[in-house]
Ligand binder design. Structure first.
Ligand SMILES: CC(C)(COP(=O)(O)OP(=O)(O)OC[C@H]1O[C@@H](n2cnc3c(N)ncnc32)[C@H](O)[C@@H]1OP(=O)(O)O)[C@@H](O)C(=O)NCCC(=O)NCCS
Length: 169
């Protein structure tokens, strides 16, 4: 998408990220956070600081026309037995779905993850989130298991699908 910029998060993004997260959580039922559960500005600043100061974490934003329209995060552990893995999260504003922003974020994050020495990326996705599952399969993620009835939305239990991707050397 022309004019799209994928970059690392900055502390000055905090306020915009709070409203971004409130919007995406209201627009989509595929996220675990409800709009009223989104972190406030102070916690958002704390979270950005953590990502910026921890080499086992990645936080990228997709910026279009000065607005944050998508984000991707990858969280690794400092514990040696599991430090080869990172947990991925991604979201894009609804009006921008299907324009390649999710793919652009994924491509950049996977590249940085490889450079940082991650060996495996894993994630969890609701079983009815077909768009996200297509995106993950396109990037080589495979289904590794299912957590049954792990989420409750509007009185309906939904399975969580665990997916993983081994990063080639
Ligand atoms: C999942 C999400 C990040 C995808 O972002 P996006 O910017 O729409 O992704 P892209 O435009 O790069 O499309 C990625 C792939 O999705 C698939 N896709 C696109 N439209 C689709 C549709 N209507 N139905 C099913 N799959 C679709 C395609 O495989 C596409 O790749 P292709 O166009 O190269 O074939 C975005 O829809 C989103 O934020 N959803 C709400 C939050 C969410 O579900 N996050 C993931 C939680 S695990």
């Amino acid at each position: 998408m022309e004019g799209l910029l994928i970059r690392h998060v900055r502390l000055s993004d905090a306020a915009q990220l709070v409203s971004f997260k409130k919007s995406v959580s209201a627009e989509s039922k595929f996220l675990l956070t409800c709009p009223d559960e989104v972190e406030d500005l102070i916690d958002q600043r704390r979270m950005i600081t953590l990502y910026l100061s921890d080499s086992r974490r990645i936080f990228l934003v997709a910026e279009y026309d000065g607005q944050i329209v998508g984000i991707i995060t990858l969280s690794g552990s400092s514990r040696r037995r599991i430090m080869h893995k990172g947990e991925l999260g991604i979201s894009v504003r609804k009006q921008f779905w299907g324009k390649g922003i999710g793919s652009a974020l994924m491509e950049e994050a996977l590249q940085i993850a490889k450079e940082k020495g991650f060996k495996k990326i894993q994630l969890e996705v609701m079983s009815n989130n077909h768009r996200a599952i297509s995106l993950y399969k396109k990037f080589g993620f495979e289904v590794e298991g299912v957590k049954k009835k792990a989420v409750l939305i509007d009185n309906e239990y939904i399975d969580l699908v665990m997916m993983g991707k081994w990063l080639e050397d």
